[in-house]
Design a protein around this ligand. Structure first.
Ligand code: ATP
Length: 239
């Protein structure tokens, strides 16, 4: 089966420093794939390379079999890849609704956009009640909901999520991961997720990769990763 998204031997640098070196992953259509790893392992760099926020020096990013590496972020988004960045990056001085409208940039079917906005409000009722509030006044959890909602507004087929649990309580993390699962199942959106919360990520995803110092060191179905001694010791805090 060809993957919806693949990276092949991707190398990305910050100046002379190699942040990721030869990373190859596959994200099959309809699945949820997670990338685990400690701080500085290169997870964010991998996602930014996929979404065009930074260029790679070598390798390919293939989306539906087509090379998309080193295109600008708008062009990558137009292909159907929604990047929900670390730290949310909502527009603080715009309302919730205006942030969602920005997410629908480039779409001309107004009815479909309105339907998607209602779907976002159904997934995240908190956003519906605050639709006219400025995004900067939302809590961290609500800003994460808005960032995911904005990703949904682009009608993407692949959503890439960078540390959605960052700074959230376990309960809120569970709630947001539950919605990500529903988005995957109900809307058929393929998910690539980067997380430091290994428990939550392994529970959600079908397949996982583990990164260390810019390389993939493990690659297996999450059911296997959960049983691995190394994963249990280093990521799940069990021995
Ligand atoms: P975190 O969980 O902390 O976000 P990460 O796994 O996402 O970590 P990256 O942020 O991708 O890791 O960082 C990979 C490497 O690249 C690290 O060594 C980091 O210090 C370095 N790096 C990241 N951003 C920059 C930058 N803008 N300039 C220089 N080096 C950077």
């Amino acid at each position: 089966m060809t993957a919806l998204l693949s990276t092949r031997n991707v190398e990305t640098y910050y100046g002379p420093i190699m942040a990721i070196g030869g990373v190859s992953i596959d994200v099959p259509e309809g699945k949820i794939v997670c990338v685990l790893g400690a701080n500085g392992a290169g997870k964010t760099t991998l996602l930014k390379t996929i979404s065009g926020a930074i260029d790679c020096r070598k390798g390919q990013v293939l989306f539906r079999g087509e090379e998309v590496q080193n295109r600008n972020p708008d062009a990558v988004a137009a292909c159907g890849i929604a990047h929900v960045p670390e730290g949310r990056e909502v527009f603080p001085f715009m309302s919730v609704e205006e942030n969602l409208i920005v997410g629908a940039w480039g779409r001309s079917d107004k009815d479909a956009v309105a339907r998607d906005m209602e779907a976002v409000y159904q997934y995240f009722p908190d956003l519906a009640t605050k639709r006219h509030d400025m995004a900067g006044f939302l809590s961290g959890g609500q800003q994460q909901m808005l960032a995911i909602g904005r990703g949904l507004m682009g009608d993407a087929s692949l959503m890439i999520l960078d540390e959605p649990s960052l700074g959230l309580s376990p309960l809120l993390t569970q709630m947001i991961f539950g919605i990500v699962r529903r988005i995957n199942r109900e809307r058929g959106i393929t998910i690539l997720l980067v997380e430091q919360n290994a428990v939550a990520a392994l529970d959600l995803a079908d397949h996982g990769y583990v990164m260390e110092v810019g390389r993939i060191v493990m690659d297996a179905p999450t059911s296997e990763l959960r049983e691995s001694d190394d994963i249990r010791e280093f990521y799940l805090g069990k021995s």
